[in-house]
Each structure stands twice: as C-alpha cells, then as structure tokens.
Design a binder for this molecule. Structure first.
Ligand code: NG6
Ligand code: CA
Length: 509
C-alpha cells in the first residue's frame, strides 16, 4: 500500500522534478554589454596604458576574462554596431558606412537581432546610449512625432538613445522613439546638405565656439552648446543636450533600467559616447587626466563602468550577470576638434602596440579591449583566442538554447566556450574592415591591395592601404611592421582567394 502510493507520488512528481531541474539548469544570467565609442586597445591600464589609470576596468578584468585578440568587425562605428546587432558582416550590405544623423534605419526588422534573441528567451531588453544605426524609413522624417522603426522595432523593449554621434545633429535624446523635452512650438528640422534655421554655425561664427573645430574635418555647421556639429539643425532648443550631462544622463537611465528589472532576466546594451568627439566631459572630470579632455573622457567612462559594477554588487546581481565591456573601433586623437588630444598626448599610445587606429585596416582599427565577467561561471584570466563581437549573437543563442532561423546571423559563430573560458579555440579566421578588407587566418594577416591613400593627414592615422598585398605574421609581429608578402606568395594567394570567397558568397561563414 505504502509502496504503491509512493510510486504514484513519484509518477506524478518525477516529471515535475525533472522539469524543475531543467529549468534551474537553464542559465538565465542578466547580460549587460557596455560599448565604448572609439576606445583603443592601449587606452586602458589593464591593456598596458601607463599615462592613464582605469581602475574600474582593471577590476573588471581581474574578476573576469580579458581578451587580447578580440575585435569589432570594422574600424568605424556604424558597421561594427550593425554586425553586433545582426551577426552579419556589414560589408555584405551596402549603406552600412558611417551614417549621418538623419539616416533611415539600416537594421532589418524581420531578422533575428541580438536584442530579439533575448526577447525570445523572455528577457527584458533595453538600449541606453548611442545608436547610430538610423531611424525611421527615410531621411526626411518628422522628428516631432514618434520616429519608427528604430531600436524598439529591432528588439529593445525600452530605448533611451541619441540618434547618431555626439558630433552630429540632431543633438537630442530620444526615449522610445520620441525626442525628449521637445516643445511642439519649436519643432526640429535637420538637414545635412544645406543650412536650416537661424542658429549660428561654426563656419560663420567661430567666435561663439568654446572648442575650435580642426580645419577641414567639417565640424563647423550648427553650433550647439558652444560646439560646432556636422549637419544643420533648427528648433528643438530646449531639447538639445548639454554635452557635459550626456554621460550622467545615460548612466542614470541605465541604472534605472537595472533597478527596475531585478526579478526578470534582462539584457542591457549600454552604449557610451566616450571617448568619441566632441570630448566634453562633466566638470568633475575636466582636467583630471594628464591627457586633455580625451583622457578626462576615459576617466569618466571608467567611473561610469564602476558605477554599474557597484550597483550590481549592491543589488546582489553581480554574481549572475554577464558583464561585457568592449569598444566599437580603434582610437583616434584628432577626429575633428582641437581638444588637446594631440598636443597633450604625453607619450600615451591609444592603440598600444598596434599599428593604425580608427578607420584603419591595421590591427589598431578593430582590435579592441574586450572583457567578460560572470562570477558564477567564469574563472578570471586572460584569453588569447581570436573572437569578434559578431559572434555574440550565435554565442548567446547557444547559451539560451535558442536555435537561429536559417539565414539569420550568417557570419556569427558560436564562441560560447571561448567566451566562458572553457576553451581557447577561437575563430580560425576573421575578416577585418578598414578602408580596405583584411583577412586574419591562423595567426597571419593579409591586407587586400588598395589604391586609396596610405595615410590620412587629417587624423594622422595610417590607413593600412597599400597598392601591393600585405602579409603579416601577427603572432610574431603584432605591430605589422614586416610585410612578408614577397616571401610567402603561396600564402598570399591562398588568403586572397579565401577573402574573395568569403566576400563573394553571401551565405558563407
Ligand atoms: C567621420 C567624422 C568623425 C566622426 C566619424 C564617426 C569627418 C571628417 N569625420 O566622418 O569626426 O564623427 O565620422 O565616428 O567628418 S564613428 O565612431 O561614429 O564611426
Ligand atoms: Ca566609434
């Protein structure tokens, strides 16, 4: 009798127990992806910077995995972010270069994106910070109404963004598609071709500027907060941001989102603006580094990351939150403003040992800081595996055990074991995008010949372009100094053919 009833109990309970165990085993960590804008491989002290200290990032590295060969897909912002969202190489689709502030949305709304993946897994999702992937369906849009599609339509339940870059109009925040603090009586118009409205421009009224633009870069259109921007803007005067407040505004919104989602797993894409131009940090950071406002902006960034870490710790969330920090492309000193980044470089090497920087096909263009902390699962350490931000989509799909529909995220590879430190076997190869394309394979790097200039005198950066093929042995020559192409013609030929195969075949990995 007893046996029978306990048997019955087991029959009823066993599936429940198994289901419960399965649910418990299913990892549902929160995920926060903090993305710096133009932060270089050498800008962080745990990556070797000596002229600036980044204690929060160093702590993150010491508590997690620090990757030494992690990449953005591209050496500029829009394409790297496109790849992060879609898991597709950006050069597969035209129109994925640096976008103006009035561009239409370029992320497809009918494909799996990184945030949609998390939505599918029952996560709450949010973006706070820089977007730069276009808004709406056309260049001409009514900024005074809800602008759609945008981040909310590609998978973010909540969005608090600025549209493009800090140096491009419209210089406003948008919350769930609507411009924040916009007064109907002062509607916004934006134009990148011709002047609109009566606001002074940097070109006409340089005496009104609190920071001069660098000659020939083009940051001399509408002046907002004493800074000339790219593009013209009319109206929305009370909605315009104050640059010194951008960072703390984003931080407050990110913290609000975390605070209000303590019971449901969440994915937060926290997209910082530092140290992109114009570098105009909060007053408390001005003059705090020895490197001018660029260094001060890095201190502000570091402090911001520290604030998030502290919040997670105080809320008891740190242990089961995957916190990733990376950057969308390599560093640049003069990117349009005379902000002392060049004159007060003080021996600081923003790309560390790497050649080139932002815009470049050399490693300085795409190799960026990348750290991942997940105390519950990941042992601290350093990983030399080749990984790319492109891989986050397939890797999180694996973590969440969600299959990807065929054709979605075509270039994303599941690097979960590598990201969690359980394997050292990273990508075998990766295409890197500067002004020209490069292929990294088994520790070698081939840069496709290009007739474009080898040096950009405006930014002072070597572009990686050369009319002849370049081949570097990265494992021995991280600084890409010795072009071995003539010594290894077979390898050059094989890698050129492979690059061509990958870039021709839209479905290939
Ligand atoms: C460039 C701008 C540069 C910066 C960059 C975008 C010029 C000469 N330079 O076109 O200042 O805004 O675009 O940077 O206009 S990114 O990090 O968002 O890609
Ligand atoms: Ca950038």
């Amino acid at each position: 009798m007893l046996r029978k009833s306990s048997g019955n109990v087991l029959v009823v309970l066993l599936p429940l127990l198994l289901w419960g165990a399965g649910a418990a085993a299913r990892p549902r960590p929160n995920v926060i992806y903090i993305y710096a804008d133009d932060l270089g491989y050498g800008d962080v002290s745990c990556y070797g910077a000596t002229q600036i200290r980044t204690p929060a990032l160093d702590r993150l590295a010491s508590q997690g995995l620090r990757f030494t060969d992690a990449h953005a897909t591209s050496a500029t912002c829009t394409p790297s972010r496109y790849a992060l969202m879609t898991g597709a190489y950006p050069w597969r689709q035209s129109g994925t270069g640096i976008l103006p502030g009035d561009a239409a949305l370029i992320v497809p709304t009918d494909k799996t994106t990184l945030p949609k993946l998390f939505q599918r897994a029952g996560y709450a999702t949010a973006i706070v910070g820089k977007w730069h992937l276009g808004l709406g369906t056309a260049v001409n849009k009514k900024w005074n109404q809800a602008v759609s599609p945008g981040p909310n339509e590609v998978g973010f339940d909540y969005s608090f963004i600025f549209p493009a870059t800090a140096d491009r109009v419209p210089t406003v925040f948008m919350e769930n598609g609507r411009v924040l603090a916009l007064e109907p009586a002062d509607p916004i118009a934006v134009d990148y071709q011709r002047k609109v409205g009566n606001d002074p421009t940097g070109r006409e009224n340089p005496e009104l500027l609190k920071m001069q633009a660098s000659p020939r870069h083009g940051h001399d259109n509408t002046i907002v907060n004493g800074i000339g921007r790219i593009g013209y803007m009319q109206g929305g005067h009370k909605a315009r941001w104050v640059d010194e407040e951008i960072s703390t505004t984003f931080l407050a919104k990110a913290k609000d989102f975390i605070a209000s989602h303590q019971r449901q797993p969440f994915f937060l894409y926290f997209s910082l603006t530092e140290p992109h131009v114009p570098r105009m940090p909060a007053t408390m950071f001005k003059g705090q580094s020895a490197l001018g406002y660029r260094g001060d902006a890095i201190l502000q960034l570091d402090w911001t990351v520290g604030q998030i870490m502290q919040q997670l710790e105080e809320a008891g969330l740190a242990d089961n939150t995957i916190l990733i920090f990376s950057s969308d492309n390599g560093p640049v000193l003069d990117d349009g403003y005379q902000d002392e980044a060049v004159t007060r470089q003080n021996g600081h090497l923003p790309a560390g040992p790497l050649r080139g920087g932002k815009y470049s096909a050399f490693e300085g263009g795409t190799r960026v800081p990348f750290m991942l902390r997940w105390p519950r699962q990941v042992k601290p350490g350093v990983s030399e595996a080749l990984v790319c931000q492109l891989d986050l989509l397939a890797s999180f799909a694996a973590l969440l055990r969600l299959p990807l529909p065929p054709g979605d995220a075509p270039d994303s590879q599941n690097m979960l074991p590598v990201l969690l430190g359980k394997s050292t076997k990273g990508r075998r190869q990766l295409v890197e995008q500067g002004a020209t394309l490069a292929l990294v394979q088994d520790g070698w790097k081939y840069i496709k010949p290009s007739q474009l200039a080898a040096y950009n005198p405006l930014t002072g950066i070597e572009t990686g372009n050369a009319p002849e093929p370049q081949l570097y042995h990265l494992r021995e020559d991280i600084g890409e100094r010795n072009n071995l192409a003539t010594q290894h013609p077979d390898r050059v030929q094989q890698m050129a053919a492979e690059l061509q195969r990958i870039t021709k075949n839209k479905e290939q990995k």
